[in-house]
Design a protein around this ligand. Sequence first.
Ligand code: KIV
Length: 270
Amino acid sequence: MAAGDDARVSIHDLRAAKRQGQSFAVLTAYDHPTARILDDAGIPVLLVGDSVGTAVLGYDSTIPVTLEEMLHHVSAVARGAHRALVVADMPFGSYQAGEDAAMANAVRLLKEGGANAVKIEGGGPSVALTRRLTQAGVPAMGHVGLTPQSVNQLGGHRVQGRDAGAGQRILADAQALAEAGAFAVVLECVPADLGRAVTEAVDVPTIGIGAGAGCDAQVLVLHDLLGLTSGPKPRFVKAYAHLREHIADAAKAFQAEVRDGDYPGPEHTY
Ligand code: KIV
């Protein structure tokens, strides 16, 4: 990523990366310590996703996540990220009730949360909103394909755009978002051919999650990458660590030492 050593990654750096054919990684972050670790590790974009609802808050979908909850997590991440571009998801209900309310909520995510940009799901009305936000100086990321906030409409978390008509609609939505000023577009759970076709059709970076290797960038939910989530996982998830087991082992070791009188030792005692 072209940003100077101390400079914050900008939306222009992401576009330059696409032009240069340089792939980049995006990760979700929800709190201050992990934001610091990921920022220090050089991850250029941190997404405070509304996946905070399922990954951290124990909801069974992203739908219950509120703007206040997002602000709480976005501000913690923004305090920890000095170089990464911090993107805040606009949660369900924060942009559907009209453009004025959506604009006011996006502004809160930047002013109070300290985000550098927002992300909005869907095409259709989200295209007009993207145009309005970006014209007002609020960088906006699009999100098409599987849009989890519409899970009730979509009938579940399933691959989108499998047939030609649906694929064309996703492609058209991505193009409309890019034309409206979106600085990047997330493509979630679409066939790899469609991911590649959208990437070739738009001049802003595509950020894939279950959209194949043809996207300009890849994003994962941090808790999936770290092996913190339990239960069945989508096919695109790759765990690069197994922290669930490490946390359980550490907790059990502490419990055993307390039980056996080995903790605290003299070195832990005043
Ligand atoms: O909420 C989220 O984490 C997301 C990513 C999965 C793209 O939208």
